[in-house]
Design a binder for this molecule. Structure first.
Ligand code: ASP
Ligand code: MG
Length: 406
């Protein structure tokens, strides 16, 4: 008898029919004789709707209250799913994040899990229950409800799998797994049957929406195999695990893209210590995360500092950066809100020359201008105009022959 953790995303439990469908799938797993813990997201767009409501009653909803409000979305889906299972004759119980022993720090709306005490879950499993846990939430030491950041139910699922010593964490969603590129952009994109944690983390961090990067990171840390598959079909999905990259060294595995990218350039700043610190400290304090940062080697005593933020955070970031830049004597502070990124991801790319050159050649042949470039050991990212991202992804997918599959 194995212990498995399953997670169902918002689109998989969007209405009563879909909840009943998910209940059937859970029942099948239980019938195999496994102990089953299920993590659910809120139904459909519930979280977005709750946020909208909060902003209808207040310009600045209180952080604590907002988290309690958002946590109710997952409570609704977990109770309904439990009722559906009970109606089918299965013993099941729903638990909130707090009841499931998920303890977090006190950073509202972006809380991190500090500890999982699985005692209650184990007790319920021992009684023969299927345990349905409300995802995306936890509780602080002071018993305040927190949420883990958008898409946080994936993190709940992997954290529970780790603390329960589960055999596998199965993430069920509305796509059939991880693809070589977004199939909506590239119809020839192929599903990967397996992928390593690190490649998956890069794909997820650079735009692949299928799984939350934090959850992948946690999976790697605790060595939990993660299966990403569809809740609507029987397709075998994609297995994310440690051994996967061994056999595919030097290959490009996938292309990620992100359209939510904006750039700020502080032009003509005096080249002296303290400027970057002042700018990025103030952004960090405001909770704005900065992605790519480039500073030119200044000619004379003047330099340019360029960085990217999520498009939705651009105006807030500009409001913070502009006065600092001016007080430091910068010539100007300019921005561009319509950028995107395209990233080539594959293990061992760094050790094999030629990938970057080939990527840049492909983009230049399409007359796509590269604004900024960043790399990791297994990733090359180009920041380009947002309206060329689709062309770039398609051209790269073809050039690196990803339609041929594994
Ligand atoms: N319901 C939350 C969200 O929409 C968490 C999740 O779906 O994982 O962000
Ligand atoms: Mg959701």
């Amino acid at each position: 008898m194995a212990l498995i953790v399953q997670k169902y995303g918002g689109s998989s439990v969007a209405d009563a029919e879909k909840i009943k469908n998910v209940a059937q799938r859970i029942a099948q797993a239980k019938d195999k004789g496994d102990q089953v813990v299920v993590v659910v997201s809120a139904m459909g767009d519930t979280t977005d709707e709750l946020i909208k409501l909060a902003y209808q009653v207040s310009k600045q909803p209180d952080n604590r209250e907002l988290d309690v409000l958002l946590s109710t979305g997952e409570i609704v889906s977990s109770t309904l799913l439990t009722m559906a299972l009970e109606a089918m004759g299965y013993e099941a119980i729903s638990l909130s994040g707090a009841q499931a022993g998920i303890r977090t720090d006190a950073v509202y709306s972006q809380a991190r899990i500090v500890e999982v005490d699985p005692e209650r879950i184990i007790r319920e499993l021992d009684k023969g229950n299927i345990v349905i846990v409300a995802g995306f939430q936890g509780v602080t030491e002071e018993m305040n409800i927190t949420t883990l950041g958008r898409g946080g139910s994936d993190t709940t699922a992997v954290a529970l799998a780790a603390s329960l010593g589960a055999e596998i964490c199965q993430i069920y969603t509305d796509v059939e797994g991880v693809y070589t590129a977004d199939p909506r952009l590239v119809p020839e994109a192929q599903r990967l049957s397996e992928i390593g944690y690190e490649e998956m983390m890069e794909l997820a961090s650079y735009g692949a929406r299928v799984m939350h990067p934090r959850a992948v990171e946690l999976g790697e840390l605790f060595n939990i195999p993660i299966l990403v598959a569809s809740s609507f079909t029987q397709s075998s999905g994609t297995l994310i695990y440690g051994g996967a990259s061994m056999e595919v060294r030097n290959k490009v595995r996938g292309i990620a893209h992100d359209l939510n990218v904006a750039k700020i350039a502080v032009v003509g700043v005096p080249d002296r210590p303290g400027i970057a610190a002042a700018i990025f400290e103030s952004l960090a304090k405001a909770g704005i995360s900065v992605d790519t940062i480039v500073q030119n080697a200044g000619l004379g005593k003047i330099t340019d500092l360029t960085f990217t933020v999520a498009r939705s955070q651009l105006s807030k970031a500009i409001r913070l950066v502009r006065p600092i830049a001016e007080s430091m004597g910068a010539k100007k502070c300019v921005s561009d809100s319509k950028l995107g990124t395209v990233s080539l991801i594959g293990p061992g790319m760094q050790n094999t020359p030629g990938y970057a050159a080939r990527m840049f050649r492909v983009l230049s042949e399409k007359d796509i201008n590269i604004q900024l470039i960043t790399t990791s050991e297994i990733r090359i990212t180009c920041i380009i105009s947002g309206d060329r991202v689709k062309d770039a992804v398609r051209a790269l997918h073809q050039a690196f022959e990803l339609e041929r599959g594994e």
